[in-house]
Write a protein that binds this ligand. Structure first.
Ligand SMILES: Nc1ncnc2c1ncn2[C@@H]1O[C@H](COP(=O)(O)OP(=O)(O)OP(=O)(O)O)[C@@H](O)[C@H]1O
Length: 381
């Protein structure tokens, strides 16, 4: 969808901001550009909507060389969100959001209707916020209006330059989650600039780690965190990259241990060869657990089963799994097949969690699926 071919940008004072850059962003993909201040991220982004012209090389949008497209026409196909939002102070939230549809010549009513729809989509009730002015909003709310405005004309491409940079960490995390949900629904092709590696890792389908004017590594977050390509990247992603990796590595079925299982309406088992067993209802859904000390007594499992709160759906991150374990002070957590407590798949223990992490690092290094990595090959220590 967006393709850079040997793009270089030299400013008149001789600064080379971007040096022979080639990469591609697929349709519907979110790529984060991350790196320290002054490494050329913003320059890269502004060349896509021709706010800056490259000195050398070509950029293609949907196969079309953008140097041949009228910049105004081009920008109508590209939503743009920046840190300072740039809302018009004398226009209401609704009018701000409807700016681009109005410029495109939409009728006033349909522009406002679309704007209201989008405000709803970014979590601002248009009946509450629509008639306010930007100064009557919090920083986080202004950023949401910025995102709504960029989406108003339904452009296939979004450029986002540190859009959540100016808000406090708590609001920032919330905006990131909301944006991920939004992106799952609208599936735009997104270039997202940030200097925050945590944000890059959380949002990006792939991340481009910038050195001075160049991409040092381009790949999925787990690969960059697991196998930094250069000492520079290792240093930039940080010594705690194992922890960051936890947050981008999903729990898979192959990671799970199969403990003894009993059914809710069964009589109590005569004996159990583990300290506890998982209790399932007749449909195979997770109910809870039972301690081995009840084995051999009379009565049914139902009478002694305890509810299990430490559970997660498969696909949740290893970080969520770890934090659920800590929260419930549990030595294991149950994993089910869907968000609402569902069919039981197995349990994750601290040992299994560690193995999953090691296996995912190994899988990335060998560029193979995690299920094919033999855990015996994973070095200990
Ligand atoms: N108009 C300009 N003239 C000369 N040099 C410029 C100009 N604009 C940017 N630069 C330089 O180009 C380099 C890249 O700047 P750019 O704004 O792309 O970096 P960035 O990675 O986005 O930084 P930040 O995270 O601080 O926004 C920097 O060294 C900057 O000083």
């Amino acid at each position: 969808m967006i393709r850079f071919e040997h793009v270089t940008k030299r400013y008149p004072d001789g600064t080379t901001a971007v040096d022979d850059l080639s990469f591609e962003v697929a349709a519907g993909e979110l790529v984060t550009l991350v790196g320290p201040s002054g490494c050329g991220k913003t320059t890269t982004m502004k060349m896509v909507n021709r706010l800056i012209e490259p000195s050398e090389g070509r950029i293609f949008l949907d196969g079309e060389d953008i140097s041949t497209v009228d910049p105004v026409q081009l920008r109508r196909r590209i939503g743009y969100v920046i840190q300072q939002v740039g809302l018009f102070p004398h226009k209401t939230v609704l009018e701000n959001t409807a700016t681009v549809p109005r410029l495109l010549g939409w009728k006033r009513a349909s522009g406002r209707e679309r704007a209201a729809e989008l405000l709803d989509l970014v979590g601002l009730d248009p009946r509450v916020y629509g008639d306010r002015y930007p100064e009557q909003l919090s920083g986080g709310q202004r950023q949401r209006v910025g995102v709504a405005r960029a989406l108003a004309a339904d452009p296939p491409v979004l450029l986002m330059d540190e859009p959540f940079g100016a808000v406090d960490p708590v609001v920032r995390e919330r905006l990131q989650s909301e944006f991920l949900r939004l992106q799952a629904a609208v599936r735009k092709t997104v270039l997202f600039v940030t200097h925050d590696i945590e944000e890059a890792v959380r949002l990006g389908d792939r991340i481009a780690v910038y050195g001075q004017g160049r991409i040092e590594q381009f790949g999925p977050p787990a690969a960059v965190l697991g196998a930094p390509a250069t000492p520079y990247v290792a240093d930039f992603v940080g010594a705690d990259r194992g922890l960051k990796r936890l947050s981008v590595t999903p729990v898979e079925e192959g990671d799970l241990e199969q403990p003894p299982v009993v059914r809710l309406d069964d009589p109590l088992p005569r004996e159990l060869d583990s300290p506890w067993a998982v209790v399932l209802d007749s449909g195979g859904d997770l109910h809870g657990w039972i301690s081995a000390e009840h084995a051999g007594r009379t009565g049914t499992v139902r009478e002694h089963a305890r509810r299990m709160d430490a559970w997660l759906p498969v696909g949740a991150s290893l970080k969520q799994a770890f934090s659920t374990m800590l929260q419930h002070d549990a030595g294991w957590i149950a994993v089910v097949d869907k968000e609402e407590k569902g069919r039981f798949l197995g349990v994750l223990t601290p040992g299994r969690l560690h193995e999953a992490l090691r296996r995912s690092i190994d899988a990335d290094a060998q560029d193979v699926p995690r299920t094919t990595v033999d855990i015996d090959k994973v070095p200990s220590g």
